[in-house]
Design a protein around this ligand. Structure first.
Ligand SMILES: [Zn+2]
Length: 325
């Protein structure tokens, strides 16, 4: 199935539903879409560089159209949420949570950073394997997997559906120390509400018995030109990855901002999925400030596609300007 069959074209919607802001009359550029969007969604990947030494391949894994509910955002009503989506030129019927993971080629290694949903989360997600194939990368090419955190949309792609067999058995799987300690604590399961126990059980049934798992610390060089950055809050050990080559740099921020249209435009809004909401908000604000000050390329796991770009000041708010825009 082609991505475009279920992926609405933001630009088309802009022209019909939100034409006024498309003309820039609000003075905002939060709605900007990249002309690359259509073609890279169809291919399922695109490549970009950090300096001359690092090649990054963004892989599109699809979308989960989440029903609105009052608990999704602390600090915003459903109406305010819909309003923010419309302002960004997006359909407001549901919350469009997209997924994109990353492959980094550096120092002769091919490194997978998070692994997508593995087609085990939403019927319209799980395109990552096809995107990797189109990009010419097979599972056996992956030397190392870096895991940002243990949420299903980031790790189910490591596990075969039904059997939990490893998808990347020959890769070294590197997980953050704090994240690993939290999720593999046997006492965790009874502390979680029933609906959330399945994830912890699946983690405990896999990672501890896999022989190819190692742990990284924060602020460690985990691969040539890649450092782990403690950005906990979303989860107890959520980690961003800083890429540097020469004078160039980029940050793979994982889930720190979630959807830019919502949480970048409104830095005080808090996300239901953030385990420690205040800590996540503080970390988010600090990262946004740094990205603007250093004019640094960022890539977000839920930023849509292309998922890399720059964060810019936009009046008294901020906007994401994707690669190619
Ligand atoms: Zn996520």
């Amino acid at each position: 199935m082609s991505n475009s069959q279920f992926q609405p074209n933001r630009r088309e919607m802009l022209l019909s539903a939100a034409g006024v802001s498309a003309l820039g009359l609000t003075g905002s550029f939060a709605w900007i879409d990249s002309p690359l969007a259509g073609s890279v969604r169809d291919k399922g990947y695109y490549s970009w560089k950090v300096g001359s030494d690092i090649e990054v391949i963004s892989i599109y894994d699809g979308i989960w159209k989440r029903d609105h509910d009052e608990n999704f955002i602390t600090g915003a009503t459903v109406e305010e949420t819909k309003d923010a989506l419309r302002k960004a030129g997006m359909d407001d019927a549901k919350v469009p949570i997209e997924f994109a993971f990353t492959i980094v080629k550096t120092g002769g290694k091919t490194i997978l950073i998070d692994a997508g949903t593995g087609a085990q989360l939403a019927p319209t997600a799980g395109l990552g394997a096809a995107g990797m194939k189109n990009a010419g990368v097979s599972a056996s090419d992956i030397d190392t997997v870096l895991v940002s955190h243990f949420h299903p949309d980031h790790i189910f792609g490591l596990m075969e559906k039904g059997t939990n067999a490893q998808v990347f058995p020959n890769a070294e799987i590197m997980v953050g120390e704090a994240e690993y300690a939290f999720w593999t604590d046997p006492g965790l399961i009874e502390k979680l509400p029933e609906g959330r126990r399945g994830l912890a059980q699946r983690i405990q049934a896999t990672f501890p018995s896999w022989k190819n798992v190692s742990q990284y610390k924060s602020d460690q060089e985990v691969a040539p030109g890649i450092r782990s950055v403690d950005t906990s809050g979303h989860t107890p050990g959520h980690t961003a990855f800083h890429l540097s080559s020469g004078n160039d740099q980029a940050m793979l921020i994982g889930d720190m901002i979630n959807l830019p249209a919502l949480f970048l435009a409104n830095l005080d809004w808090q996300l239901i999925f953030d385990a420690d909401k205040d800590k996540a908000t503080t970390a988010r604000k600090a990262m946004v400030e740094r990205a603007v000050a250093e004019d640094m390329t960022v890539a977000g796991y839920h930023f849509g596609f292309p998922n890399s770009g720059k964060i810019k000041k936009d009046g008294d708010s901020h906007a994401f300007v994707p690669t190619g825009a």
